[in-house]
Design a protein around this ligand. Structure first.
Ligand code: IVH
Length: 713
């Protein structure tokens, strides 16, 4: 097919014929070019191309991304929805973070959620536990602040901590009142909920856009997001955005003591709320609700992607609290994944941060649930063998929510005669080192994952570690995403974490300074250096997480930070355990930290025994300051700084709740008893830990004595 000649600077190769390499280059070029036009249009008010030409550039960018989803750049124009540069909006810090929800995919997950809540609250089987159920709206969440009943500020979720100030645009949404009515409206309250676009309005908007050659949106969610993030609020005003209120952030006083009471108050104040919310008692009622919503899904008139369950009583919500980014008192039950059939063109092996070889299916692009999919995970070699997946096969793929698409199974009667079983490589495709399946210490069974043994010698591993290092939950360096790390690694600018912090200095010496390189202007380079400077101070938990040690995720990093307090203590502890080996006291001390098991200790020791790592760490510590761990909102208390072990069955509250409470009071909760334990709190049927406490002469408290000590909680 001959390429159609288009206006402006559009390339001529049809998207279908682009190679991956050409696509990557063109996406970079398009991102830079569109950013330039955005700046000309929005900042200088002096567009240099026509709207139609501009739209053609964006459409081409979208089409290439749809074909090569893995190539989408961090700073892709499609991520800057609505063509509005992110800098166009001021930032707003959320006074109470906007969290996300954990997911349930099966009936069992829901039953387990209810049981988990009951366990945490130490409820008896006969105690009632009301849980609300409501549709999960597929829009974008927003926090709207009312002071003295008047709308004063509205912000997008952003990263959950900081969002964009979209007050002017939210004021144009007719469904959102500028003033709340009623006598019980609090002095201040952040009302939270979902902004969305109905199906009919979405269709009409797209038809109107198409008629004038404007942007056609892939789905109502994107259209709602694009409409809200317009720098010109007249555009937002012209889009029939809608809103449901379902949550809140900071509030000077609450008008109710239940979730459904809160939503009823929202409705009285004049806020739109979803009429389909119900209060359920028990998992069977929740599942019944889920089925009914599934049946009604297509006739609701707006997109929902599941239902949300929330513990109704607010005092229970308070006690349950949060775990990392989601509340323990709520969960999203997602509708089943959508499926499609396509052909598997190739199996590519990717090498991860810890050397894991992950097979990825390269698929003939296919639309699944409104999104074009061309890659899917195949998990590991056993999975490929079990499902007998071969190159050339016709396969069923599915995707659910934001989860990476998966290959469900092969359609066997459509297998070509030439298809042969896949042979998983035994050497790393990137560095050529042996790739092995380690045997489990205990079972002796081979690990499902085959790993490259190249360590930091393997460029793939080194790159992935750097990407992890700068990622959102680690150093979170703005403007230094995966693509840039790839580029800076390949051109030798960044090889180890410390190089990031030396980048500005090394750039001054460089014969090829960044400013002027493809994709970089003087301004963007300046911004990048500023973003790096801003991260020279980091909290201990983030720092530990950033090191990318195997088995040390966010939660484990926090557990380590909480127990050890400072980077010095962390190093001393790991060094001593490495020197002393598994039988040493130092090893046991680490193992005793609550939440830490031998797999983590072994991984810490393995990390430390590698001279490369210690060197890289030393070098890094010359560049950054690691702040000591500050426990969250600790209230001064008699148990501050004490180490406590809970054992036996507690009656007033469950073990996790007791632990959370103790930590709020500044105590450290350990998993086993040692000389360093200050108190053992023994419930009914306490066993070996109690014996050990007596042996070591550690104070043993009954549950009541413990409650008395901490002043009743
Ligand atoms: S409650 C603390 N209720 O789902 C929990 N969220 O993954 C606050 N969402 O970011 C959220 N419908 O954008 C809640 N009825 C509903 C929802 C809902 C949609 C979205 C929301 C949130 C995401 C959580």
């Amino acid at each position: 097919m001959a390429g159609r000649k288009k206006a402006g600077t559009i390339a001529h190769t049809p998207v279908e014929e682009l190679t991956e390499k050409a696509a990557r280059a063109e996406l970079e070029r398009l991102a830079a070019e569109i950013a330039r036009h955005d700046a000309a249009y929005y900042q200088s008010d002096a567009p240099v191309i026509s709207d139609a030409e501009y739209d053609a550039l964006r459409r081409r960018n979208d089409a290439i991304e749809a074909r090569f989803p893995s190539l989408v750049l961090d700073d892709s124009p499609s991520r800057r929805i609505g063509a509005a540069p992110a800098e166009g909006f001021g930032k707003v810090r959320h006074r109470v973070p906007m969290l996300s929800l954990g997911n349930a995919f099966s009936d069992d997950d829901v039953t387990e959620f209810e049981a988990r809540v009951r366990r945490f609250l130490a409820l008896k089987p006969e105690d009632a536990l009301a849980i609300t159920a409501e549709p999960k709206i597929d829009g974008l969440s927003i926090s709207i602040r009312y002071e003295k009943g008047r709308l004063v500020e509205a912000a997008t979720r952003g990263d959950g901590t900081e969002g964009e100030n979209v007050t002017q645009n939210v004021r144009t949404i007719r469904e959102i009142p500028h003033a709340l009515k009623g006598r019980d409206v609090p002095d201040t309250i952040d009302v939270r909920g979902e902004i969305y676009l109905g199906h009919a309005d979405f269709a009409a908007l797209n038809a109107a856009q198409a008629a004038v050659g404007g942007k056609v949106f892939a789905n109502p969610r994107n259209a709602a997001a694009g409409s809200l993030r317009q720098l010109d609020s007249r555009i937002t005003a012209s889009r029939p955005l809608r809103f449901f209120a379902y949550a809140w952030g900071e509030a000077s006083v609450l008008p109710a003591d239940t979730q459904h009471g809160m939503v009823a108050a929202f409705a009285r104040w004049g806020l739109p709320v979803n009429p389909l919310m119900e209060v359920c008692d028990g998992p069977a009622a929740l599942l019944d609700y889920f089925r009914r919503m599934g049946d009604r899904r297509s006739s609701l008139g707006y997109d929902i992607d599941g239902v949300v369950y929330k513990v109704d009583r607010l005092d229970y919500q308070e006690r349950l609290g949060f775990v990392s980014r989601s509340p323990r008192w709520a969960i999203a039950h997602k509708f089943p994944a959508e499926q499609a059939t396509t052909v598997l063109n190739a199996i590519e092996i990717q090498v991860g941060r810890t050397g894991a070889l992950t097979p990825v299916a390269k698929l003939e692009p296919v639309t699944v649930g409104g999104v074009v999919v061309s890659n899917a995970t195949l998990h590991n070699e056993d999975e490929i063998a079990r499902k007998d997946i071969r190159v050339g096969d016709t396969v069923i793929v599915q995707r659910a929510g934001d989860v990476i698409p998966q290959v469900v199974r092969v359609v066997e009667d459509r297998r070509p005669a030439w298809a042969v079983p896949f042979e998983f490589p035994h050497v790393c495709p990137v560095c050529g080192s042996h790739a092995v399946r380690e045997a489990d210490d205990e079972t002796g069974e081979a690990d499902v994952v085959r790993r490259c043994t190249g360590g930091l010698v393997c460029p793939a591993q080194a790159k992935e570690r750097l990407k992890h290092f700068v990622s959102r939950d680690a150093f979170d360096i703005e403007g230094l995403g995966a693509e840039r790390i790839e580029q800076f690694f390949d051109d030798g600018r960044i090889r180890r974490p410390a190089d990031i912090f030396k980048l500005e200095a090394s750039d001054r010496q460089s014969p090829t300074p960044l400013a002027g390189q493809k994709g970089f202007g003087a301004k963007s380079v300046e911004k990048l250096f500023a973003a790096i400077e801003a991260r020279r101070r980091i909290t201990l938990d983030r720092f530990i997480y950033a090191l990318g040690i195997r088995h040390v995720g966010e939660t484990t990093a926090k557990d380590l930070a909480r127990a050890l307090g400072t980077i010095g203590a962390f190093r001393t502890a790991v060094e001593a355990a490495s020197a002393g080996g598994p039988d040493s006291e130092a090893y046991e001390d680490l193992d005793n930290i609550d939440g830490i098991g031998t797999a983590v200790v072994d991984a810490l020791v393995a990390f430390y025994s590698e001279p490369h790592n210690v060197e890289a760490l030393d070098e890094l510590l010359k560049e950054v300051t690691v702040e000591p761990f500050v426990p969250v909102a600790v209230t001064a208390s008699p148990v501050m700084g004490k180490t406590v072990v809970f054992t036996g069955t507690l009656t007033a509250m469950s073990r996790p709740e007791a632990k959370a409470q103790a930590e709020r009071l500044g105590a450290k909760v350990a998993g086993s008893v040692s000389k360093k334990t200050d108190y053992v709190v023994a419930g009914a049927d306490a066993g070996s830990k109690l014996v050990k406490a007596r042996e070591l002469g550690v104070s043993v408290l009954s549950e009541e004595e413990w409650q008395a000590l901490i002043g009743g909680g």
